[in-house]
Design a protein around this ligand. Sequence first.
Ligand code: HPA
Ligand SMILES: [Zn+2]
Length: 336
Amino acid sequence: MTTTPAQLAAAIPKAELHIHIEGSLEPELIFALAQRNGLSLPYPSVEALRDAYAFTNLQSFLDIYYAGASVLLHEADFHDMAWAYFLRAKADNVVHTEIFFDPQTHTARGVPMATVIQGLSSACERARAELGVSAALILCFLRHLSEDDAFATLEAALPYRQHFIGVGLDSSEVGHPPSKFSRVFARCRELGFHVVAHAGEEGPPAYIREAIDDLKTERIDHGVRSLEDPALVAELARRRIPLTVCPLSNLKLCVVDDLRQHPMKRLLDAGLCATVNSDDPAYFGGYMNANFVQTVEALDLSRDDVITLARNSFEASFVSATRRAELMALLDDAVA
Ligand code: HPA
Ligand SMILES: [Zn+2]
């Protein structure tokens, strides 16, 4: 029996590097946590909530995403959310994952930083022990808030610094350029954290340039608008700065009108270290394999493209050289 590129994409081991853990909160779990915590929701049912997931742009999604996250109060809530994600990741043959979390969404509601980080961190340890999935956390600053707020968040998180490997930048992009966070990112680099940033999802290629030049980010999250600036594409390719691309997110947030117009193939053909990721899978219609399979089918990607995407995911990850070699060997075995 021959394997199609889409079947291969589903079957092979891969890393996920762009997943907001709050975006993995399924409507069923939102309702269950609301009930557990004695909260009422402005939607009568799971179906009514899911029906509200019709987005026109990034902001229309963020409004409902932050509302969904408001059911998270206790350490067990954060743990249970992340554990549900790990089970989905495992089912999709994700063997390593680097997970974004948005502490300001929770601390602004009075949830202590310790509650957020310890709940997520214990789920990461459990994933390693029970599922063999390696996992690390990346703390994201909300870019619609001030740099002072980001500094205060960093300060509050530093007692738990052994639990996260890096920092990122997310939320409303346009009007909040990376340079707004130059000083706090410089401090994070000094402290030895990995640094990434969302750029070029809705924002212009100039924001990608700011992220790499000013924030000195090691990866760009999304970055699909880089294609509007050929000199930038050439530099990203030459420096092997990875892009963590999220095809179903781009479709649901109307960054592209149709998956057949998605730039993934053009990014690969330009020699970029592009990867496939789910972003906010509970909101955008699918986890890792849904993204992989639908993109492969829509763009008619080849077996080689699929293997390149999986290799890129390991190359772009922040694992040790030993773990990277282990992951690459898993992939080699799977495609042999
Ligand atoms: O796709 C996204 N972009 C920006 N901020 C986000 N926060 C969650 N998902 C996203
Ligand atoms: Zn994202």
